[in-house]
Design a protein around this ligand. Structure first.
Ligand SMILES: Nc1ncnc2c1ncn2[C@@H]1O[C@H](COP(=O)(O)OP(=O)(O)OP(=O)(O)O)[C@@H](O)[C@H]1O
Ligand SMILES: [Mg+2]
Length: 359
């Protein structure tokens, strides 16, 4: 996946440091940075992998240690409110902060997987025929790693499932493709047999984070995120039950409070049944406080869920759609670091880190 390289100023913006610090740290880290071809002064061009390598180098140099490792599901039962957009951007930003991030796509429509530059519909044969790298294809998803899938096909190794779209130090991805929808059918069979399928994801994570099983070792991740589909199904319940936090993007439309109260109801049920539920965070998306309707929604939401409303929001921006249609294989926060939307996303990431006491 050849991606557009970054000039030093963009790298500084992405990492939230000075241009001098970028120069110094990339040298100290011994990174090979390309120079612009042609005559004249040769500007240095950083690949996205270079940038994440600098982030990781700095994390080590300044002894960055996560105070709490967190599992976060991004979910709202309403479609199109920005779950996938915010997941892909926030995961990318958390990793720029030097955190080890794993993000799992739980939607068989695989928009998150696509936003990171993969093509879930491309077969290996088609890739070979058209000269695309095989890594663009998606062979596995989370379902393949769960016990419910066993018997359907051999269980792959975690390392065969995980993709590293921006290199070793960028966010890692458990991708998705269309066959993930079978997982829900397998969960339903389990539910009929009273086997509590909603615990499958929590069990998988608990085992992985314990580091006991070296074939499924998730112990290095500071943040694990799930991009849930809008469906009110066993998969989303399973992700919620496994999570410490749920981020619910709210599009500030007329019925968005309804979607939050449905979610709050689900969390209540979980508390009754399991004595455990993720803490709710409401993220205003498509935000415009100057609109009366939006202001009224904010008042209603903060009144009803005083601790859940996040103090930073994401405005409406055409840039989100442009990045997708330009097919850059990167979320906006990486592709357009100096845009207003990217700045807002970095501010949201910072408030979340604080609220969730990650650093
Ligand atoms: N703040 C924003 N401003 C403008 N467009 C946005 C914003 N956030 C998301 N979008 C756009 O809205 C559309 C839906 O976003 P997204 O796919 O992230 O929603 P979703 O909640 O994941 O949807 P689904 O329920 O289908 O999974 C996308 O085209 C995305 O680019
Ligand atoms: Mg989505």
């Amino acid at each position: 996946m050849p991606r557009k390289p970054f000039k030093v100023q963009a790298v500084a913006t992405l990492l939230g440091i000075s241009v001098d610090a970028v120069r110094r740290d990339s040298e100290e880290a011994g990174l090979q940075i390309e120079r612009q071809p042609g005559d004249g002064p040769k500007t240095r061009l950083f690949s996205i992998e270079n940038i994440y390598d600098i982030a990781a180098f700095r994390a080590k140099k300044y002894n960055l240690v996560a105070k709490n490792k967190r599992i976060i599901t991004v979910y709202a039962p309403k479609g199109g409110v920005g779950k996938t957009t915010q997941t892909s951007n926030l995961a990318a930003i958390f990793a720029l902060m030097g955190l080890k991030v794993l993000v799992a796509d739980l939607d068989f429509q695989a928009n998150l997987t696509i936003s990171y530059g993969y093509d879930p519909e491309l077969t290996r044969e088609e890739a070979t025929e058209n000269g695309f790298p095989l890594a663009t294809c998606v062979d596995f998803h989370l379902g393949h790693l769960l016990p419910q899938w066993q018997g359907n096909s051999p269980t792959p190794k975690l390392s065969d499932v995980i993709k590293k779209p921006f290199g070793e130090n960028g966010p890692h991805l458990i991708p998705s493709e269309v066959t993930l929808d079978r997982l829900e059918a397998l969960f339903t069979v389990d539910a009929i047999m009273s086997k509590k399928p909603e615990l499958a994801i929590a069990r998988f994570l608990a085992e992985g984070r314990s580091g006991r099983n070296k074939d499924v070792d998730l112990s290095m991740y500071d943040v694990i995120m799930f991009d849930a589909p809008p469906a009110k199904n066993q998969t989303t319940r399973g992700a919620l039950l496994a999570s410490d936090f749920v981020i619910a993007p709210v599009s500030m439309e007329k019925y968005s409070t309804k979607s939050v109260s449905y979610l709050a109801g689900v969390l209540n049920e979980m508390e009754v049944e399991y004595g455990k539920f993720p803490e709710l965070t409401i993220l205003g998306n498509f935000f415009d406080m100057t609109r009366v309707r939006v202001a009224a929604q904010v008042i209603a939401l903060t009144k009803q869920y005083p601790d859940a409303w996040l103090d930073t929001q994401i405005s409406s921006s055409e840039e989100f759609k442009k990045v997708l249609s330009d097919d850059e294989g990167m979320p906006l926060a990486l592709a357009r670091p100096s845009s207003t939307a990217a700045k807002e996303l970095r501010d949201v990431a910072k408030s979340l880190i604080k609220k969730m006491e990650i650093l």
